[in-house]
Design a protein around this ligand. Structure first.
Ligand code: ADP
Ligand code: ZN
Ligand code: ZN
Length: 747
């Protein structure tokens, strides 16, 4: 191709990242002929690997190998004529290094499925050839005896806007002839998408006018405008409904107007189709959405559109952080505190943290938005590393509702609700409002109990109770998904007096239906919304505004605009209060505030009732009386004293094995070896354990863990890298599955 430099001499060795958990490259010889642009890192190759052929990615081009050139197998084929995007490769390498993960597997996971399988990227674009200025001025006769080249020159001359490659070859011209013209500087080729989307610059950018910002929004936006061309991390803290999304939209407008791209991460796109719809309504340019509902082909198209710069706006969930961008302009992470940004298996990355790294690398602004920022981000803001922007006012006039704690102790309950809550619901419905009842337990009841002997239905595979479901009737373990039929009698004492214990969403739905027979009750949880459009249908019905009751799990708490809800009742706020996980309090406070944020978003003010067995709990009271900031402040201080993140950095070695002893032995040896090494290196890293995991038995396997923590990230990483290498080489490690989780979000 004319623009590419002279083909570099072929390397003797290709270091290839192959999709395996092994943390190393595999050496191959180049095959003949190589790619016309020369062998380059970032090109996909098909290679023999064991008894299979796999798709790997060239990471290094070298002339030597530790294994001797003669013993190397050649790659079977090169799949790309150009390397995969450099920024994408950089991100994958960064991710693999940071999370101590095998590069081959990281690259594999970060690619769309079809590219992993070896599908050519070029198939989705095409070449368009046209004459250069020299070519237009050239005389065909100057090509002398190269008759076909002269004819090709004439063909291109007849088509000033160029001719598609396949049309040229259909007329019997060869690539050699095209290349010859290119090398003489007469013709040039550009890649164009099969489905080109016209980009409309300037005034036609917006399909609907932007809103006039209020003072706080305007301040935030002008702050953002000042950092468009550099790494400029901002924490945008604003209560639900304060207009964060409007600020994102106007920032994106500025970015797109510059011809650059914005990447927007959201926690769960399927649950928030409104957000996507709002983006699409606002802009006339294509808005590409990456979510789990896409087919493999659609996903590849979206990836490719982003890579080629054809989609100015890309919205997606966690994995969208790996979308290559031709002209990165800004990254937005909405609900940055959300747990779904952390991948919990395989490559355990945190999309928000990678977003920060990426923005830094590209030198572009990044906005982390939340009503309840993570303690990690708050600490960065306090340290002055992130600009802290605040929206304290709602766009509508009503202040966010306060949490009113109500004491559950010693009160009779109906469907989990005590009389004051039932009265409040009656009142709200009577006034024409909608009521949201929040229960973070799906199913009918958390478990089934024998009233005679105290037997509880437990999972045979996990240290957990089985949840009683009525629709359909069965006992289900929410940890391993195993199901059992409901017994007629107690397996221990034979009594037939088996009763549901506690309240789940199904039971609450039933009780509310009995208490309020005249209003509609909508249940929204993972079970009720399994059917594809069920959720959207229900939401649309709710938005019509008739008085009704909504019973739901945290699915309802996230991002939905429910303008007619005037009362929120939290059935039980106690789950996170005394949990063993040090982040549990932070997460349940975030959830409570988020649920509370559903109340009173439109004309009417809202009320939030929180039922609790611990109305005097200091954390809960602080949250209710002084709000999230005050609680966060308090939690940060506790974390600082206890030496926990975000003040120290943490990694967790997790092991699981069918036999309890195997995991424990291995974990014990690993911890012992690590301690010795740390001592010899005088590295300030604490190593705690092995200890059983909070739920020791899960899916029939025993889980143990070793915790590493350090004040300096570099020390933690040194220790993590050493430990991973040790584990990889330990013969014992074959008897247990293990992984190392950097910055674990749950213990
Ligand atoms: P958040 O993302 O913080 O929850 P949104 O941006 O979704 O807030 O705004 C909440 C509601 O207020 C939306 O209906 C939005 O259209 C409206 N809104 C936001 N900013 C303004 C504004 N400056 N003027 C009028 N309405 C606004
Ligand atoms: Zn019994
Ligand atoms: Zn189970």
């Amino acid at each position: 191709m004319p623009s590419s430099p002279a083909t570099p001499p072929a390397p003797k060795v290709l270091g290839v990242a192959v999709p395996t958990p092994l943390r190393k490259l595999f050496d191959y010889r180049p095959c003949q002929p190589g790619p016309s642009a020369g062998w380059q890192p970032g090109m996909r190759v098909r290679v023999p690997f064991g008894r299979r052929e796999v798709v790997g990615i060239i990471v290094e081009c070298r002339d030597t190998s530790d294994f001797g050139l003669a013993s190397l197998k050649p790659v079977s084929a090169c799949l790309d004529s150009q390397p995969l995007p450099a920024d994408w490769l950089w991100l994958c390498r960064f991710t693999a290094r940071y999370y101590q993960h095998a590069l081959g597997d990281a690259l594999h996971q970060a690619l769309p499925v079809l590219l992993r399988q070896g599908r050519p990227l070029e198939a989705r674009t095409r070449e368009r050839w046209q004459l250069t200025a020299t070519g237009q001025a050239a005389d065909a006769a100057s090509l002398g005896r190269a008759r076909r080249q002269a004819e090709l020159l004439e063909l291109l001359r007849q088509h000033p806007r160029g001719v598609v490659g396949s049309v040229i070859s259909a007329q019997g011209f060869t690539r050699a002839q095209l290349r010859a013209l290119a090398e003489k500087g007469l013709a040039e080729c550009r890649e164009e998408p099969l489905t080109a989307a016209p980009s409309t610059p300037g005034s036609a950018l917006l399909a609907e006018p932007a809103l006039t910002l209020n003072r706080e929004q305007a301040t935030a936006l002008s702050e953002l405008h000042q950092g468009l061309d550099r790494y400029h991390p901002c924490l945008l803290q604003g209560v639900t409904g304060s207009g964060k999304t409007e600020v994102y939209l106007q920032l994106i407008e500025a970015i797109v107007a510059q011809g650059r791209q914005a990447l927007v991460l959201v926690p769960e796109i399927g649950l928030t189709p409104q957000t996507l719809a709002r983006f699409r309504r606002r802009f006339r340019v294509p808005v590409v959405a990456l979510h789990s509902g896409l087919t493999d082909a659609e996903r590849l198209d979206a990836w490719e559109a982003a890579r080629a710069g054809r989609s100015p706006i890309v919205i997606g969930t966690r994995s969208a952080i790996f979308t290559p961008l031709a002209r990165p302009g800004a990254i937005i992470v909405d609900e940055e505190h959300d747990g779904s940004y952390k991948q919990q298996d395989g490559l355990r990355y945190h999309a928000r943290d990678l977003a920060i790294a990426r923005a830094h690398k590209h030198r572009i602004p990044i906005v982390l938005g939340s009503a309840t920022p993570s303690l990690e981000s708050l600490v960065q803001a306090r340290a002055g590393n992130y600009r802290h922007l605040r929206l304290t006012r709602r766009a509508s006039s009503h202040a966010p509702a306060r949490l009113e704690l109500i004491d559950l102790r010693g009160r009779s309950r109906q469907g989990g609700l005590i009389p004051p809550a039932i009265d409040a619901i009656k009142g709200a419905l009577g006034a024409g409002g909608q009521v949201l009842v929040f229960i973070n337990r799906r199913g009918f009841a958390p478990t089934l109990a024998c009233h005679n002997c105290g037997w509880l239905a437990e999972c045979d595979w996990c240290d957990s109770r089985l949840t009683l479901h009525r629709q359909p009737p069965q006992l289900t373990c929410h940890h391993c998904e195993r199901q059992r039929s409901i017994p007629d009698a107690c397996p221990d004492c034979g009594s037939a007096d088996l009763r549901p214990l506690g309240t789940g969403t199904e039971r609450s739905e039933e009780s509310l239906g009995e208490l309020f027979p005249d209003v509609c009750v909508h249940r929204i949880d993972r079970d009720s919304t399994r059917r594809k459009d069920a959720f959207e249908t229900t939401l649309n019905e709710i938005r019509r505004g008739e008085p009704c009751l909504l019973v739901g799990t945290q699915m309802l708490a996230k991002g939905h605009h429910l303008p007619h809800v005037t009362l929120v009742v939290v059935v039980n706020a106690d789950a996170g209060l005394y949990a063993s996980d040090f982040r549990a309090l932070e997460h349940s406070a975030q959830l409570l505030i988020q649920v509370a944020g559903r109340a009173g978003r439109a004309e009417r003010p809202g009320r939030v009732l929180v039922q609790t067995l611990h109305p005097d709990d200091p954390h809960l009271r602080l949250l209710a009386e002084s709000g999230y900031d005050a609680l966060a402040e308090n939690l940060l201080e506790e974390r600082r004293i206890a030496g926990l993140p975000p003040y120290r950095h943490m990694a967790l070695l997790r092991l699981e094995s069918p036999r309890e002893a195997d995991g424990l032995t291995l974990a014990g040896e690993a911890a012992g070896a690590l301690r010795q090494w740390l001592q010899a290196r005088e590295l300030a890293v604490d190593c705690l354990g092995p200890v059983p995991a909070p739920m020791e038995r899960r899916q029939g396997r025993y889980h143990v863990q070793v915790m590493l923590s350090a004040a300096r990230r570099s020390s933690l990483h040194e220790a993590s890298a050493w430990l991973t290498a040790w584990m990889e080489q330990s013969p014992l490690a074959r008897r247990a599955r293990w992984n190392l989780d950097i910055d674990p979000q749950t213990l």
